[in-house]
Structures are given as structure tokens and as C-alpha cells.
Design a protein around this ligand. Structure first.
Ligand SMILES: C[S@@+](CC[C@H](N)C(=O)[O-])C[C@H]1O[C@@H](n2cnc3c(N)ncnc32)[C@H](O)[C@@H]1O
Length: 237
């Protein structure tokens, strides 16, 4: 990511994170188009619920790092589920500030730390690293750096799969194409599964499972938890 693209991404999320998180987690969409998009974003909530179910046995008393933490919803949930400490990082200073406030308001401020950082930078130490809705915003080189960073840790991240479903195609035009044409350098991506698998292998990550559930629509979770069915896709529903 060039410096100016990184600045663009920072400003984009500084402006958007609050309403994005509200409409994703609190179902408070603003305006008719947003109301319709919010029905798609319910899959974001489902993604967090499913991720927490899968991760819960592996985070108790552990240090969790959530990269691209947004408003801190996931970090807060990990702390509530018994993580020893949760570090959230995000390119957006506004997101980091909101995440701090959310953690404090929910009584987990003392077991959480939030910092401004980019996904491709060296990551602080942790037992587990997560990243939800993040890979969709990373250019290839930064995505590869992120994968190299998480290679030797227990990880879980999500991506939007270019699966040709109705929802995926509509979201592709609503977000990916709109930003490509009018985003002023800020880009988002839906990836074919082969791209994600290829990038992981390029970073010598060969032990992973891709989880697909109908509630997540075209969202996928990728993890290497001890329960991972090596190089398998798990569909449920
Ligand atoms: C779709 S939101 C997801 C937020 C949160 N993970 C969640 O699932 O609720 C994407 C987040 O990734 C952050 N982000 C985008 N590019 C980033 C980068 N290069 N490094 C770190 N964070 C980034 C954005 O600021 C935003 O908060």
C-alpha cells in the first residue's frame, strides 16, 4: 500500500467505522440503501458469533491480538470470554478510540489495549491472532506480509469469497466496483478461494481450514486451530 493509499484508507475508516459497526452489530441502519445493506451485514454479526464459538476453547487465559479491530466488538467479546489480555490494532485512529471506549464501558478496559498500526507491520506478541473483515481491504503485498506475520501463531481471519452468489455479486458492485471507480485509491476486494489458498501457501501456511456457513453468506473464516481439518473446507448449512 502506498503512503497516500494508506492515508486514504485511514480517512475512509475514520469516517465510516462508527456507522459501519452500528449497522453491523446494533442493526441501526441509516437510510433506505443502508437498510438493505444492513440485511447483508447481519452476516458480519453471524461471522463474529461463529468465530467466537470456534475460538472460545483456545482463548481462555491467552493473549489475543485482533488486527483491524474496528470498533472493538470482537476484542471486547474475547475479554469477556476470559482472554488474559486482548490487543486490538487498526489503521484508523478513530476506530482505536471507539474501541477503547467500548472496552471501558463494558468493564474490560484493564484487560484490553488498543493501538494504531497497519496489518503488514510487525505484530505485537500474542498467543492467538485474529482479523475479521480485514483481508478484504489489503492490497496483495500487505496481505502477504500479514500472512507471514501470523504464520507461526494460532490464527483466524475472514475474507469475502468471490463465490458468484446473488448477495456476493450485489455487494461486489455496491462496494468493490464503487470504490474501484470512485474510491480515490481506497480499494476493497472479494477474493476467489484459490487466491487466498495460493497466498497462504506462498507464505508456507499449509495447515488451515476454510469454514463456510450459510449465515455468513459469502464470508469465510480461515483458521489453523488445533481442531482444523487440514486444508479442508467445512460447510454447515
Ligand atoms: C470491515 S471493518 C472490520 C472491523 C472489525 N474487525 C469487525 O469485524 O468488526 C475493517 C477494519 O479494518 C481496518 N483496516 C483496513 N485496512 C487496514 C490495514 N491496512 N491495517 C490495519 N487495519 C486496517 C479498518 O480501519 C476497519 O476498522
Amino acid at each position: 500500500m502506498t503512503r497516500s493509499n494508506a492515508e486514504g484508507m485511514k480517512s475512509y475508516w475514520d469516517e465510516k467505522i462508527d456507522w459501519w459497526a452500528e449497522s453491523s452489530y446494533e442493526e441501526k441502519p441509516r437510510g433506505p440503501l443502508e437498510r438493505w445493506m444492513a440485511s447483508l451485514r447481519r452476516s458480519v454479526h453471524a461471522r463474529a458469533v461463529i468465530a467466537l464459538e470456534l475460538l472460545e476453547p483456545f482463548i481462555k487465559d491467552k493473549v489475543v491480538l485482533d488486527v483491524g479491530c474496528g470498533n472493538g466488538h470482537f476484542a471486547k467479546c474475547c475479554a469477556e470470554l476470559g482472554a488474559k489480555h486482548v490487543i486490538g490494532t487498526d489503521i484508523s485512529p478513530a476506530a482505536v478510540e471507539i474501541a477503547r471506549k467500548l472496552a471501558k464501558a463494558n468493564g474490560v478496559g484493564d484487560r484490553t489495549t488498543f493501538e494504531v498500526a497497519r496489518a503488514g507491520e510487525p505484530l505485537p506478541p500474542s498467543d492467538v491472532v485474529t482479523g475479521f473483515g480485514l483481508v478484504d481491504w489489503l492490497e496483495r503485498e500487505e496481505c502477504l506480509r500479514f500472512f507471514r506475520n501470523i504464520k507461526d501463531r494460532t490464527f483466524m481471519f475472514s475474507y469475502s469469497e468471490q463465490d458468484g452468489s446473488f448477495d456476493e455479486i450485489i455487494h461486489h458492485f455496491y462496494l468493490v466496483e464503487r470504490l474501484r471507480l470512485f474510491g480515490g485509491g481506497v480499494r476493497a476486494y472479494h477474493h476467489p478461494r484459490a487466491t487466498i489458498e495460493g497466498r497462504l501457501r506462498k507464505c508456507n501456511i499449509t495447515n488451515f481450514e476454510i469454514v463456510s456457513r450459510k449465515e455468513m453468506r459469502f464470508g469465510r473464516l480461515v483458521h489453523n486451530l488445533p481442531t482444523a481439518k487440514r486444508n479442508r473446507t467445512t460447510r454447515n448449512g
